[in-house]
Design a protein around this ligand. Structure first.
Ligand SMILES: NC(=O)c1ccc[n+]([C@@H]2O[C@H](COP(=O)([O-])OP(=O)(O)OC[C@H]3O[C@@H](n4cnc5c(N)ncnc54)[C@H](OP(=O)(O)O)[C@@H]3O)[C@@H](O)[C@H]2O)c1
Length: 391
């Protein structure tokens, strides 16, 4: 069965910026927070979307941070965290920071001979590459936190599935490309998890987020909704009001990663939110709180959307029809993560801050939302829908 557009989008945009680039028991152990001394934390990455939230959370808690990356995004953003130590190189031991130019620091060289309490790996997508960093760092860190994804799971058809659900596999685990439909992304991340656990048995924390959202999200997936509602008028909402969705604010994810470091908590955790079931209507209502624009909602049946002619096909971000192979996509269990201290801010707060952030962006960027249908495309689908309802 072809991958659903929203699901494909989840996979493809989760990979944004990644092109370059266990099965362990949960809660295997906990290092008690000393409350005395800050940790030395190495972040592999740190300058994209989720990394900066980890940096902020770590510094707010009195920890010392070192960033390792190629320096590209930092440069593109005009500099970041001037008072944080930066080490440059490339996750791929065979490449240089300036790849494809063979200049600048090579591979993981700049990490050699250094020690940290904890490493947080945001930028691992290929097991050969995560194995290299895990084996290099194993003698030099106490804990390895790996940011994985719920895409590791073989299926999404079971509501309430937890971290013990079967993982996706690949016929050829040496393949390093993501595949035409990004079908290798999840299985590759699963192999990355296993490569890290093999190098640091019992010292790994595997965090599997779903949609990560909030201010600075480069994908516009969640952002589409508060922005669209802020435009007002008749808003097309796909599916049924009760269709479940799951999102996690990058700030909550960042703070929790630091808590896991402070507590030395190891194991595997689904980092999906919020705390209770979030129906699509609930998410829309929360987003509406971010705007005073007048809007009406028109719910359009998923079968109708799927049956639209190719020219009218559109993808509505975050939402996935809650049936068949996606019946569990918005209902994955987060019980383990919540028990390990993961908390969620109100979705309305995420929507408010996301809209406020979006409005600070240059006009041309605001005019080019990266997710959801254009105003014209939405209007055309609404017209078709209303026409169909007359029959
Ligand atoms: N977005 C979502 O909804 C979602 C959902 C589930 C899971 N995830 C996971 O979230 C993680 C990505 O988050 P993020 O991009 O926001 O993390 P980030 O740590 O904020 O940014 C990615 C970092 O990796 C660095 N990097 C990229 N390629 C590199 C290389 N070859 N060598 C060294 N450094 C490299 C980038 O800097 P340079 O480019 O300057 O090197 C940047 O600092 C991934 O693990 C992804 O699977 C995301």
């Amino acid at each position: 069965m072809p991958i659903h557009p929203s699901r494909r989008e989840f996979l493809s945009i989760s990979l944004a910026g990644a092109a370059a680039a266990m099965g362990a028991p949960a809660l295997a152990g906990s290092r008690q927070p000393s409350g005395q001394k800050g940790l030395n934390i190495l972040i592999l990455g740190g300058t994209g979307f989720i990394g900066p939230e980890q940096v902020e959370a770590a510094r707010a808690r009195g920890h010392t941070v070192t960033l390792f990356n190629r320096g590209r995004r930092e440069k593109a953003k005009g500099g970041m965290f001037p008072d944080v130590e930066k080490l440059y190189g490339n996750r791929d031991p065979e490449k240089f920071a300036d790849d494809p130019e063979p200049t600048g620091p090579k591979g993981l060289e700049s990490l050699k001979g250094r020690q940290w309490d904890v490493v947080i790996d945001n930028s691992g997508y290929v097991p050969r590459i995560t194995r290299a960093s895990a084996e290099l760092l194993a003698p030099n860190v106490k804990q390895y936190i790996f940011i994985s994804t719920v895409s590791v799971y073989a299926s999404h058809d079971t509501p309430g599935a937890d971290e013990d659900a079967p993982l996706g596999t690949m016929a050829d685990p040496t393949v390093e490309t993501m595949g035409a439909s990004f079908e290798n992304y999840g299985p590759l991340k699963a192999l990355c998890e296993q490569s890290i656990e093999a190098a640091l048995p019992g010292r790994t924390t595997i965090i599997r987020p779903g949609y990560i959202v909030g201010p600075n999200d480069p994908t516009d997936r969640f952002t589409y909704w508060p922005v669209r509602l802020d435009r007002g008028g008749e808003v097309l909402v796909p599916g049924m009001p009760e269709d479940p969705v799951q999102v996690i604010d990058a700030r909550d994810l960042g703070a929790w990663a630091i808590l896991m470091a402070e507590r030395g908590t190891t194991g595997i955790f689904n980092a999906v939110g919020p705390g209770q079931r979030l129906p699509m209507k609930g998410m829309i209502d929360e987003c509406r709180k971010a705007t005073s624009a007048a809007s009406t909602l028109t719910w359009v049946d998923s079968k109708f959307l799927e049956g639209l002619p190719p020219a009218q096909q559109a993808s509505f971000p975050i939402w996935t029809p809650s049936e068949g192979e996606y019946a569990g996509f918005g209902l994955r269990s987060n019980a383990r993560a919540v028990a390990a201290g993961l908390t969620f801010r109100p979705t309305a707060e995420t929507a408010r801050d996301t809209l406020a952030w979006f409005k600070t962006l240059p006009a041309e960027r605001q005019a080019a939302l990266k997710a959801g249908p254009s105003a014209e495309a939405e209007a055309a689908i609404l017209a078709s829908w209303h026409e169909s309802q007359k029959k």
